[in-house]
Ligand binder design. Structure first.
Ligand SMILES: Nc1ncnc2c1ncn2[C@@H]1O[C@H](COP(=O)(O)OP(=O)(O)O)[C@@H](O)[C@H]1O
Ligand SMILES: [Mg+2]
Length: 488
């Protein structure tokens, strides 16, 4: 099946999976037109750098000479810094021997470029070094997009060809013992710094390997920063803190990249230090500050299709580990059932995220996950289970101007007939747009003075803080009447 197209689209070079150093050969660089290309150190990446044809010629010559000279297996044994030093020395010599005429600055760039190709992730390196990038999206060798401050933009970064790109993908995934090629063209991995990586290769990706990196933020955002970014108001922040502290079961709902994981991470900030927390994730992203944390990660099947550990396996196992809080990075399948049961049976204060565009949709997504999981339960029973377990849904959204907001803090109140009733506590309301196309809006409470988790708040002595924050978040209309409507 894969054979058919392999002639035209497959990377020709076989890649040894376990080799620690696979040089990313800058093949056919001559054929690459003098397109803008980033070779520089992170600070100057934003400027588009153009290199002459000669630069690429020289680079290929020097690179080939380097590969002839050094012993890659020996190089692989060195520490990164030492290996870099070694390469610098040799490249310096090659430049001298070959009588290459280059400015010092150009030589530095060449060195950096070659080091990145041999040791690192080639043209990706400058992007990986930047802290302001949220996502890197490579769509084949010639097209790379990044997301900066909520906006997706194209970069001048390009790879020599799809084979070089594939090589880099291979290098990334082989570090976590996986492999990506035509026979297993889809692969998830993680960079050493914790960034999450997905690769989908030809023939599935038609225009060349597609590589997506969700960059790991060294310091995850805190609730305070979300206030500063106007994602929530100070009052809403207080309400969220109380919700976390009093052990509500929380579902964070949102679209891709809307800030669910960030919010989940923030919410874990209100967990006390003496609680035993177990996290289950597809790829460890959360950074809990508490001392008593056990982190679990799922595992995909191996090449023979064996050995898979699913999220459901983790959540179920977790129940035997005496957790006080269970945190599920992303609920997307039958584990929903086990999480709800856990929430229902004494593990209150558990949290998870889920992909949905509104609190209402989050409920129906949960419902369908359980139905699809093969649990033969009538819909009403499933809904009762949901209302019995989930206390609060927090909705995260990425708005059209790129800003990220908490758009709803919503309570799951109960059932009316067959329907789950929701009650908004705080909503974000769009009121307009400013001259720069930025969305203008406000967070306001819906006038609920006593949420359903009031008793919990009493138990934890948080009612005063809660009541004050809810009252302060109210917005009054022109006649001085509070603007209500809490229906979810
Ligand atoms: N409120 C926010 N303001 C600005 N940037 C944010 C905010 N929330 C998240 N981000 C950034 O957006 C990116 C995606 O966030 P993440 O929480 O991983 O999204 P999700 O889990 O929904 O896919 C990250 O780089 C994160 O730092
Ligand atoms: Mg996430």
């Amino acid at each position: 099946m894969f054979g058919k197209r392999s002639g035209e689209s497959a990377p020709a070079r076989p890649t040894p999976v376990q080799a620690a150093v696979v040089p990313v050969t800058p093949t056919e660089q001559k054929a690459v037109p003098a397109e803008p290309r980033v070779v520089a150190k992170p600070e100057i990446v934003a400027q588009e750098r153009r290199h002459s044809e000669e630069y690429y010629d020289v680079k290929t010559t020097v690179f080939n000479a380097l590969i002839d000279t050094i012993d890659l297996t020996q190089l692989a044994k060195l520490e990164a810094a030492a290996a870099r030093e070694e390469i610098r020395d040799i490249v310096g010599e090659i430049i001298q021997i070959k009588n290459v005429v280059m400015s010092i600055a150009e030589q530095e760039e060449l060195l950096e470029d070659i080091c990145n190709d041999v040791l690192g992730y080639g043209p990706l390196e400058p992007l990986l070094a930047r802290d302001d990038i949220a996502d890197i999206m490579v769509n084949g060798a010639n097209t790379t997009y990044i997301e900066v401050s909520g906006k997706v933009q194209r970069t001048p970064v390009r790879f020599a060809d799809n084979a070089q790109l594939m090589n880099i993908c291979q290098r990334i995934v082989s570090q976590v013992g996986r492999r990506v090629d035509e026979s297993s063209p889809i692969c998830d991995a993680r960079l050493p710094d914790g960034s999450r990586v997905n690769v989908i290769a030809p023939p599935l990706a038609i225009d060349g390997p597609s590589l997506t990196i969700r960059k790991f933020k060294k310091d995850r955002l805190k609730l305070d920063q979300l206030v500063k970014f106007k994602s929530i108001t100070p009052d809403a922040k207080t309400i969220l803190e109380v919700i976390g502290r009093v052990r509500c079961n929380i579902l964070i709902s949102g679209g891709t990249g809307s800030g669910k994981t960030t919010l989940l991470n923030c919410m874990t900030g209100s967990i006390d230090n003496d609680e035993r927390i177990i996290t289950c994730e597809d790829s460890a992203e959360l950074q809990l500050q508490q001392p008593h944390v056990v982190r679990l990660e799922t595992r995909p099947p191996n090449l023979e299709g064996e050995g898979e550990i699913t999220m459901r396996d983790l959540v179920r196992n977790c129940l035997r580990m005496r957790p006080e809080r269970i945190i599920v990075g992303e609920v997307r399948g039958p584990e929903a059932f086990d999480l709800l049961q856990a929430m229902n049976t004494g593990h209150d204060g558990s949290m998870g995220t889920l992909h949905a565009n509104s609190p209402r949709e989050a409920i129906s997504r949960l419902e369908s996950m359980i139905m699809m999981g093969g649990f033969a339960l009538p819909p009403k029973t499933i809904r009762e289970m949901i209302t019995g377990s989930i206390d609060v849904i927090i909705q995260a959204s990425r708005l059209r101007d790129g800003s990220r907001k908490v758009t709803h803090i919503t309570e799951v109140v109960g059932m009316e007939g067959d329907v789950v009733t929701l009650q908004n506590l705080v909503v974000f309301e769009i009121t307009g747009e400013d001259a720069n196309g930025k969305i203008v809006g406000r967070h306001r409470s819906t006038g609920i003075a006593r949420p359903r988790f009031w008793e919990r708040a009493e138990y934890y002595n948080e009612t005063k803080r809660l009541a004050e924050a809810l009252a302060a978040a109210e917005v009054h209309d022109q006649r001085g009447q509070p603007m209500g409507d809490a229906r979810g």
